[in-house]
Design a protein. Structure first.
Length: 103
């Protein structure tokens, strides 16, 4: 199999290393889930900026799978991206609320 190039441009700040083959893309989905769990914990501790960065990393990992995966991986990545987008928006709103109330 031919190596797959990273789908995330370096200019975005989140670097995803290239993958050796399609089957290893499931590792990216697992790592995205770890980032999501860490983001939730950061938000629980009111570290919203950290949480949003972790959500962005999880999203980048899912986008990489969406661009390079097989049908099942693409469907799972798209489902997770929708969920991550919703959570990221929610925590972004909480961050803005917390900032306004601390002034």
């Amino acid at each position: 199999m031919t190596p797959i190039k990273s789908a995330v441009p370096a200019s975005r700040g989140v670097k995803v290393p290239p993958v050796a083959d399609i089957s290893s893309l499931s590792v990216f989905l697992e790592q995205a889930e770890v980032c999501r769990e860490q983001a939730r914990e950061a938000a629980r501790l009111k570290r919203f900026r950290s949480a949003l960065g972790l959500f962005a990393t999880a999203s980048a990992l899912c986008r990489h799978v969406e661009s390079n995966g097989d049908e099942a991986q693409i469907a799972l990545a798209q489902e997770r991206l929708q969920s991550l987008s919703l959570e990221s928006t929610t925590y972004g709103e909480l961050a803005r609320s917390a900032r306004r109330s601390s002034r």
